[in-house]
Design a protein around this ligand. Structure first.
Ligand code: ABU
Length: 326
């Protein structure tokens, strides 16, 4: 089977691990302005262009350690093409949604990322489709700049990054935020069909992606970011009856000066499950390790120095292709 995965925790058999070469911050356009920088009134000091060589070299060192660990666990590892691209090939999670044996290149929120899937497509099997991606400028809401109550994407067409979604078999959790609108959730619901339910999480975190807010650890157990999920009632059913590990404050390992693409919660909530009893966690996150071990989850503590610089820890920089069929 070339791809098959329906949740975030079944035993991992095959995965794509991102690459840092040619990672860049694109030149400012309307999409980047509202999706990535809605919180900044003044963007005159936002850099664009390639990330520094030090970031690329150190990320390669760390990802090599991660890849070797996965291989030692019997996982087949694939990598994106190491070629120039509009944004990067570091987070394959963001561009392609895998469910059962289907892969969908989602209608990504940033223009510079619309074609990113091309650099992993050879690993996605035959059941691969590309969502129509609306091109009009009127999808972007400039009113969101400086106003967290407004989101970056107008509801005139589906737009979402694949990392706005996490999977729990017949139930998917979709974050409505700057990188995914409600129309995107409706599109996803049609894509997965009526046997599966797409639940939306709203007014929780307006910035990017769900995987620093909630992580599914196994059936009935999730890790939640207490700075965003203030009580279990904020989660839709069935997740509001699951056991919850409240993520401890992360240990902030910092970022490259002037380059930071994610919140501190990337360090711990953005972990990656190898199986229901083993996750990969950033090596300084001892408080989170203790919290997970209390639930019988072992943690492989690995380095990933530029998780905040590049905007992704172990969940973001992977895309699970095959998890063992239950
Ligand atoms: N790409 C996930 C980053 C989310 C965050 O900033 O918390």
């Amino acid at each position: 089977m070339s791809i098959y995965s329906t949740n975030e925790w079944d035993p991992l058999k095959k995965v794509i691990v991102g690459v840092p070469e040619y990672a860049r911050i694109p030149t400012m356009d309307k999409s980047l302005r509202v999706v990535n920088y809605a919180d900044k009134k003044d963007i005159s000091n936002v850099k664009s262009g390639l990330y520094p060589k030090q970031v690329v070299d150190e990320s390669n060192e760390d990802l090599d350690v991660f890849v070797n660990f996965l291989k030692s666990e019997g996982v087949e590892v694939r990598r994106p093409n190491r070629v120039p691209t509009g944004y990067y090939n570091y987070c394959p999670r963001d561009s392609v949604f895998v469910y059962k044996n289907h892969a969908l290149a989602t209608p990504m929120s940033l223009r510079a990322r619309e074609k990113e899937f091309i650099n992993i497509v050879e690993h996605l099997g035959n059941n691969f489709s590309i969502a129509d991606n609306y091109q009009g400028d009127d999808i972007y809401n400039e009113g969101c700049v400086g106003d967290l109550e407004q989101l970056a994407l107008n509801e005139i067409a589906p737009k979402f990054d694949a990392a706005n979604v996490i999977r729990a078999n017949d139930h998917l959790l979709y974050l409505v935020s700057n990188s995914g609108n409600r129309k995107g959730a409706e599109y996803l619901q049609e894509f997965v069909g009526s046997d599966v339910k797409v639940h939306t999480l709203e007014k929780v975190y307006s910035y990017m992606h769900i995987d620093s807010t909630v992580a599914f650890l196994r059936e009935g157990l999730l890790l939640a970011n207490p700075s965003r999920i203030k009580s279990r009632d904020m989660l839709p059913a069935p997740f509001n009856t699951w056991d919850i590990v409240w993520a401890p404050e992360p240990v902030d390992v910092g970022h490259y000066p002037g380059l930071c693409n994610s919140s501190i919660w990337t360090w711990n909530v953005n972990l990656f499950s190898v199986n229901p009893n083993l996750v990969v966690l950033e090596k300084h996150q001892e408080p989170t390790r203790k919290a997970l071990e209390a639930h019988g989850i072992e943690c492989a503590m690995l380095p990933i120095r530029h998780a905040r610089t590049l905007g992704g820890c172990f969940h973001c920089c992977t895309l699970d292709l095959v998890r063992e069929v239950r």
